[in-house]
Design a protein around this ligand. Sequence first.
Ligand code: DGJ
Length: 728
Amino acid sequence: MIIYNKESGIITLSTKNTTYQMQVDKHKYLMHLYYGKKAAGDFGQLITGADRGFSGNPFDAGDERVYSLDQFPLEFPFRGSADFRTPAFVMQNPDGSKGCDLRFKEINISDKKYTLRGLPTSYANDGERISTVDISLADDVSGIEVHLLYGVFEDRDVITRAVRVCNKGKGEMKLLKVSSASFDMPFGDYDFITFHGRHAMERQFQRVPVEHGKYEIGSLRGASSHQYNPFVMLAEREAGEYAGDCIGIHFVYSGNFLAEAEKSQYGSTRVIMGLPDDMFSWSLKSGESFDAPEVLMAYSDKGFSELSNIFHEFIRENIERGYWKHRRRPVLINNWEATYFNFDKEKLISIAREASKFGVEMLVLDDGWFGKRESDTSGLGDWKVNTKKLGGTLGELSKEINDLGMKFGLWFEPEMISEDSDLFRAHPDWVIRIPDRDYSRSRFQLVLDFSRKEVVDYIFNEMTEVLDNANIAYIKWDMNRSLTDIYSKALSAECQGEMMHRFMLGTYDLLERLCTRYPEMLIEGCAGGGGRFDTGMLAYESQIWCSDNTDAIDRCLIQYGTSFGYPTITMGAHVSAVPNEQTGRVTPFETRGAVAMPGTFGYELDPNKLSEEDKRQIQEQIDTFIEDYEVSHFGRYYRLSDPFEKSEISAWMSVAKDKKKAIFTAVALSAHANDIPHFVKMRGLDPEACYTVKELQKEFTGASLMYGGLPLPYGREYRSVMYHLSCE
Ligand code: DGJ
């Protein structure tokens, strides 16, 4: 619900459990009053002013020296207002000055969710309660209007935000920073929680106090990146997994981003999320508008677990879309770690045939099926089937796989090009590079300039030529390098700052066109594993390969970090061979299955090389995965241990919405001789109910499992247990 009180200027956004409040003040500046637990009343008392040295006053505040934007909690701070904290918005006037004066102009409330041009956004399902508000702020001198768009998903407890900038003036303006969301907490001590990482070790939890100064994370790599994820949390110092106040912020975008947390001289905390100001500018001619990507925000007073579950539900229901949204994803076998580039038709068929015996439902043919692609040094961009290597057409191969009762999936890396490729020889000017300069190589590949429509059109045609001529149920969309040497031949010198965002728009355009043309095709995202794991991609890609690291023990850490912002249904996770390709670690087959099963499950090995016992386990794992799917992928998810803090175990569980079933998993990350016993307290059960734990053949009350806890079997390194709980 959204209420605007014209007299007081108070704008209140309410969801089931939260309140978000702003105020248009007497000078028509937009103040941020409150975001937190649902509360009646107004929060105007939180705006206090004093006559402060070096904090200037707006011209029309006259002699009112206590009125300074430098000390007030602001909703959308801009450069040029004498507020010296980090701005959310910076624009350059035709005379070169960087300043504006954004004052409230009007407010429009509606019950229709906004969309953004060329960008993914969340959406409301039929019958879902949604209200939106468009608050416009105008800079009278330039004619720039900034529309702050809010979507209030009442029952989901999520507030979305986005920004549209319109040039209603006569001159051409240059946007230098357009963040999508900003808010100020007037007082309090907070921690900023972010998820950093690197290739094959993504989304590691990090918590730092917000102290005086500024802490920021982001990406300038052209993808949201392995290094920092565009999901962050602001938490009260005392907040933890199951208690305390915290706010989560998702950026619905897959390219460059910037997330900032700043503590001001007067102790307030500002948080900003959006496009970065570095490597960005946008020229806005008279009559034009610019849409900045969407942000999702949620608040919990019950700690991180509650916040995660709010986002899990929202991503499943209001971000994911299309045919696969509620459908169980097929159990797949991917040939990458089994063969790398070294395969032929016989090899692929032998993998598929063996896997099909145990119930694997789809073969995914990874890199190396096209052009001259015998290694990673050549062929990208030449999406022509290598019929010699495949012993025929893709249509024939997919038919043979289908005849085994399996679906067929295929790997692409649409945005990339090898120097050694026919495409590069024909269109050397289609790559991203700075004229007359050497460019950086990365995995021997360059990046196509997707900011150019003709380049996107060409790749679309090449892909559809392949997809139209074989029965392809799935594509894996990879991206294996960062963007460097940023320059587009198609843009004028003044517009080069638009290149990175236009690249992303080109990628979304291609995804949108493919989703429309092949509505039942499942797309799995990938960027060297989890280098583009974000809610922007999840609007097109139903699942994302979580990491190139398939080691079950490392995966416990990666999936733990990922689970803060993303539901299990989005996480690509496979059982691979041992010793593990990335770590050399040998873990039991059972543990590899237990760790992969909560994700979108599959195998990444040659089943012909497995022992009979492992093969038997495949069958068992697939049966369990299918049987558990509803609970493990649509239930509530609970992190029961912090593997970063307590390195001996990793434990988690999923509980059905009606609490009648639950699945508990624990993995021994390390073990010691004569080890101390490890106990885990379960979560989310009905304390009164009596649960049978199938594997232990014992009964426990929910209360005893949650408040007392359960001992784990005596340690053996890398062992795991999976318990199925049920009650009448
Ligand atoms: C990186 C991916 O993450 C791998 O799974 C595999 O698809 C390779 N690229 C293929 O080049």
